[in-house]
Every structure is written in C-alpha cells, then in structure tokens.
Design a protein around this ligand. Sequence first.
Ligand SMILES: C[S@@+](CC[C@H](N)C(=O)[O-])C[C@H]1O[C@@H](n2cnc3c(N)ncnc32)[C@H](O)[C@@H]1O
Length: 272
Amino acid sequence: MELDIKGNVKKYYGDIAKKINSGPVKGCCSGSSCCGDVSKATFIYDEESLSELPVEALEASLGCGNPLVFAELKEGEAVLDLGSGGGINVLMAAKHVGTSGRVYGLDMTDEMLKLANQNKLKMGAANVDFLKGYIENIPLKDNLIDVIMSNCVINLSEDKEKALSEAYRVLKSGGRLAVSDIITMKDIPSELRAQAGMWCKCLGGTLTVEEYKEILAKVGFKDIEVVPAQIYTKAIIESAFLQVENLEDVVKDIDLDVVDGAFAEAYIKARK
Ligand SMILES: C[S@@+](CC[C@H](N)C(=O)[O-])C[C@H]1O[C@@H](n2cnc3c(N)ncnc32)[C@H](O)[C@@H]1O
C-alpha cells in the first residue's frame, strides 16, 4: 500500500499546532510519558525547567521523553533539535547553553514553526533560531553543532538512515547525539504498521534496538547506546493511551494482545 507518510505527518502536526491557539489539545505517542497538554509536559519534564516557558509551548509538548536529561548541555554549545514542534526542548536548551550558545530548532511544518517563533518571542530567547526544513536534508553546514537532540521525531521519518547521516554531517567531531524516540520491542503485523494513524502517532515507523544501532554505526556514529526506558504494556496502553484524544481512535480497533509490549520509549546516545 502506498502511503504519503510525510504529507500525513505534516497535516497531523499542522492541525495540532493550529488548535493550540484555540485551547489545549492532546496527541501523539505514549501513555504516561507523552504528549499534547500541559499535564503531559509536567510528567516528562521537571517543574523548574517548565516554569519559565510559555503555556503554549507546554501545550504543544508532543515528545515521548526528555533528551535534556542526558544531553549534558554546557554553556556556549551549539545545539540542534530535530523536529522541534512548538519549541519546548529548544527553549529549555537555550537556558542551558546561555547567551554564548545557540540553539536551532528544525521543523517541516509551517504551523509548528509559527507557534515556535511566537513562543521564542514570549520567552525573549535571543539565542534561538527556528529553521524550516526536513531532518533528512538539514539546512546547516557541516561540522557546526555540538549536540543534536530530538524528541519523538526520528520514528516519523521514512528515511531514517538519511536523517541520521545528516545529523552526523552537521555535528562537530566529538559532537553528541541525544535522542528520545519510540522503538519496537517485538514484531507487529505489517498491516498495522502501514496505517497512516500509526505513523503519525509515532508507532508505525519504529525501529528495533538492533536496527537503530546498525543505522547509527553505518552512518559513522560511535559509542552508541539504545536503551528502552519504558515499555508500553497492554496495561499502560489500556490505562493511558485510550485516554489520549487523537490516539484512542487508533488504539481502540487494535487487538491489545498484539501490541502488548511491542513499543517502548528509548534513550539513544551516540558520538561523532
Ligand atoms: C511528535 S512531534 C514532536 C515535537 C517536539 N520534538 C516535542 O517534543 O514536542 C513531531 C514534530 O516533528 C516534525 N517532523 C516530523 N517529521 C519531520 C521531518 N521529516 N522533517 C522535519 N520535521 C519533521 C513535525 O512537524 C512535528 O512538529
């Protein structure tokens, strides 16, 4: 089956960004750790980190983990966030790297970029630039970035090898990759993966630990770690996924025994 993944993903996240201005929304990928309203943001991130962010950035939180926890950002570093959405991770990183550092957020969706730029203005974050583009074709020169972060985006890419090779290209030698992503823990039926909703909500395009490691090594990364942090069991799916607007429509028709333990939130680290 031919599926216009990029088109579907763009529309899905564009619609979420548009709704932010008309009130809190819910979306995306996991139960207890993801996404799309202020309460979900407070589950992923500590309250102090969130305290200075605009509420619209919190409402647009669509990640599945917190890459800042293991990115070990330092004053003066150059950071790139792949698939920056409403800008929550970028704006937090901007505080860590300070005025001598710079944080770029890259996103393909106009509505998300508009929201992110509004949030940047509200924060007065002068060390932040939001860029329009694809993670598979990063609009930055080689060897520029100290740390690449990403939160629940690489699973959405149809060409993960290209996206990760682009990440490698723009990193300085010794630069770090710090990614939160959804991964696959066991086989699921290909028809399920092929559903547009499964892709848009971060589940259809997931890699296994071994596939992730293989691609990272192939494009040149070393010191690779792919660590499942929370496995989405049937109980978690039942208790949390089904409560998430936009996600229950995908999950309600699935045999929960088939997806029991099939997905996990993972931390992915590597070095150039
Ligand atoms: C699940 S949301 C995560 C947003 C943000 N990282 C966060 O933690 O809230 C995915 C974001 O990635 C963007 N995106 C998805 N695929 C992309 C691609 N191939 N290139 C650039 N941006 C992409 C979407 O527009 C959307 O804003």
